[in-house]
Write a protein of this length. Structure first.
Length: 653
């Protein structure tokens, strides 16, 4: 007999949640969704469900306020920005709030929400940071969010930050936080989030290139180092050392006792164990060198590939035949060859040495049309058909296994002879001695690692400052306690890419550029793509711009090598994702065409935000560029060309 049917748990829709909150008198409410698309979809769902939270009088007030705030934006741009759809939701008391929206749209939502006219907002977590929008109720749809790499649980601090919006001062006696039930939700986990009240502060401070130049110029290196040693970041690092130092002392005492137990009447068991370790280390080193040789051969073979070559990917998820589409080096790969290929199943992928553990040889060639578009399904299908029909050479058989390097290594042979000749080698209690020696060696390694941690966490900020100064000295931005002329320019550049901007100015790579070209080139130093986008966007045809972009990448590679030599990792590779948008906007292209570019995938909010940052950096370049350089005037002309339409309006309001 079958039992009664299992009761399915009901998860309310977004319109149903808002209707319930309205019915219970819990509006205005902010619902945190953790995704831009989710926020827009939530408003659309509520509108489609016929939800309305405003009176006729409130609707008229909302319409008048919104129209007055966007009066300076051309009607054509408003249509592109989805103004009428946004206004429809707004008049119903519904709105989204996220970074992809035009800044003025977000400001209108904030203003109307504070006035109680917009009563339900669907927002990403950025709303919880620095924006004064208290609500009566905060709704959390999920207790997990995507952190850029994986979906992770929100922390108690994030929970408190989000729910802290609940409760309006002087209006509500209490605020309400609502967590929607989802399959797998643990009520105890919710209680744990809500009950945590103390959160450790973590300093993210580290001395940058610009900061180092300014500190040395004002205080001198020694005094600047002393100031940094008194920072909160250093205090946190030093406080964590106390327990480690105590463990080092305990381990040292235990090591002395264990060493005394490792005794053999025939000789030193510790010496014998040391020889055995040297043999093992030597064998591992020879193995690594062999692997490095194989990797170098594979890299060289990838570098020789040309567009149209047919290869077989020997390993990994992309195993099988593929045709090479592009052999350019991706700046993020640190000069390792990373060809872009079309696989037999019509997928466009960027490959690396991970996919080719051994050298690869072309098996044939197919013609790749000049008009091939990797985003077009028909282009991919036709080229995949050509790949399947191609006449390919027979694949080479497995190579005879190379003789191991260890077989001919003189040092390894010497160590093995020394091991056999050692007096402990023939001791009947040898394995017992070695077990104790192994424990002693393990404890010694642990103690040495702890000691290194103690050393590494002491004066960490100051030592980073020392490495930054060493790199700047090598690049002629500092000379001891003296800031050079190049360093004085760097001291006035405030951006995460400060050193790369200064280096580009010093090398005069932007001098030949037009205003539009300069805007496009500089955009590579402010733009950061969302997610892990490996595609290489189409670039404007301006030859001077293309040369400047290539030179920017070469300069980044030089600076990256200097950073590696000094143990630093501040700079990021130039990003090409905003080049076309910046170039087109500076040349007068319409907002509709810019946002309509499928390859760009820009929202209005993203576009305006990157334009603001680009204008800020161009303004700095205009001020710090060497006197008499063309780039000074070009930067100002570029700013004038960019400051129009929604960009100008967003900067004026």
């Amino acid at each position: 007999r079958s039992g009664p049917p299992r009761r399915r748990m009901w998860v309310p829709s977004r319109p149903q949640v808002i209707e319930r909150l309205d019915r219970d008198g819990l509006l205005p409410a902010i619902t945190f969704v953790f995704s831009r698309a989710g926020c827009d979809a939530a408003v659309a769902a509520c509108v489609l469900a016929g939800l309305r939270l405003t009176t006729a009088e409130q609707t008229a007030t909302i319409r008048a306020h919104a129209r007055s705030r966007v009066a300076g934006i051309p009607d054509g741009d408003l249509r592109v920005l989805g103004y009428w759809e946004w206004l429809d939701g707004l008049e119903r008391g519904l709105a989204a709030h996220h970074a992809g929206m035009l800044p003025v749209f977000k400001e209108v939502v904030e203003e109307l929400f504070v006035r109680g006219l917009v009563r339900a907002v669907f927002a990403t977590e950025t709303l919880a940071l620095g924006i004064n929008m208290p609500a009566r109720t905060v709704v959390l749809e999920r207790l997990t969010k995507f952190n850029g790499q994986t979906r992770a649980d929100i922390t108690p601090g994030e929970y408190t930050q989000l729910t802290g919006r609940a409760g309006r001062r002087g209006i509500d006696v209490e605020g309400h936080a609502v967590v929607l039930w989802q399959p797998g939700l643990d009520p105890l986990a919710v209680a744990g989030l809500a009950s945590t009240r103390t959160y450790p502060l973590r300093s993210s401070f580290r001395p940058s290139y610009n900061m180092a130049v300014n500190l040395v110029g004002r205080l001198g290196a020694a005094r600047a180092r002393t100031v940094l040693e008194s920072s909160f970041a250093q205090f946190q690092a030093d406080r964590a050392v106390v327990g480690l130092a105590r463990q080092v002392r305990r381990n040292t005492a235990a090591l002395d006792e264990l060493t005394a137990e490792v005794e053999c009447d025939r000789g030193s068991a510790l010496d014998y164990d040391q020889i055995r370790r040297e043999i093992r280390d030597r064998e591992r080193r020879l193995s690594r060198e062999g692997a490095a040789t194989a990797r170098a051969a594979a890299a060289e073979s990838l570098a020789r590939l040309r567009t149209g070559d047919v290869v077989r990917v020997p390993a990994g998820r992309r195993m099988g035949l593929a045709v090479v589409l592009d052999v350019k080096v991706d700046p993020r790969s640190r000069d390792e060859p990373t060809p872009v290929v079309l696989t037999a199943d019509r997928q466009v992928r960027r490959l690396s040495l991970v996919d080719f553990p051994v050298a690869v040889e072309p098996l044939g060639r197919v013609r790749v049309p000049r008009t091939f578009n990797p985003r077009d399904a028909r282009s991919r299908r036709d080229l995949a058909s050509s790949l399947h029909a191609a006449e390919l050479r027979a694949e080479p058989g497995k190579r005879e296994r190379a003789r191991a390097a260890a077989a001919d290594d003189a040092e390894l042979a010497r160590l093995r002879r020394a091991l056999r000749a050692h007096p402990v080698h023939d001791c009947p209690r040898r394995e017992e001695h070695l077990r104790k020696a192994e424990r002693a060696a393990r404890l010694r390694r642990e103690t040495e690692a702890l000691a290194r941690k103690v050393e590494g966490r002491t004066n960490t900020v100051a030592r980073t400052f020392d490495r930054v100064r060493a790199a700047l000295t090598e690049l002629d931005y500092l000379d001891g306690d003296t800031v050079t002329a190049r360093g004085a320019r760097l001291a006035r550049i405030y951006t995460e890419q400060d050193l790369l901007v200064a280096f580009c100015l010093d090398q005069e790579i932007w001098e030949p550029l037009t205003p539009a070209g300069l805007a496009a080139a500089v955009s590579t130093l402010v733009f950061e793509p969302r997610g892990d986008d490996l595609s290489m966007p189409a670039l404007p045809g301006d030859p001077a711009l293309r040369e400047a972009l290539a030179e920017t990448t070469r300069l980044y590679t030089r600076l990256s090598a200097v950073e590696d030599a000094h143990g630093l990792d501040f700079l990021r590779p130039p990003q090409l994702g905003f080049v076309t948008a910046a170039h087109g906007w500076a040349n007068g292209r319409s907002l509709e065409r810019i946002l309509g570019e499928d390859a760009l995938e820009l929202t209005a909010g993203d576009f305006v935000r990157w334009m603001r940052q680009l204008l800020d950096l161009l303004d700095q370049i205009a001020q710090v560029a060497p006197a008499g350089s063309r780039v000074r005037a070009t930067a100002r002309e570029a700013m004038d060309a960019l400051r129009r339409g929604v960009v100008a309006y967003s900067m004026d309001v």
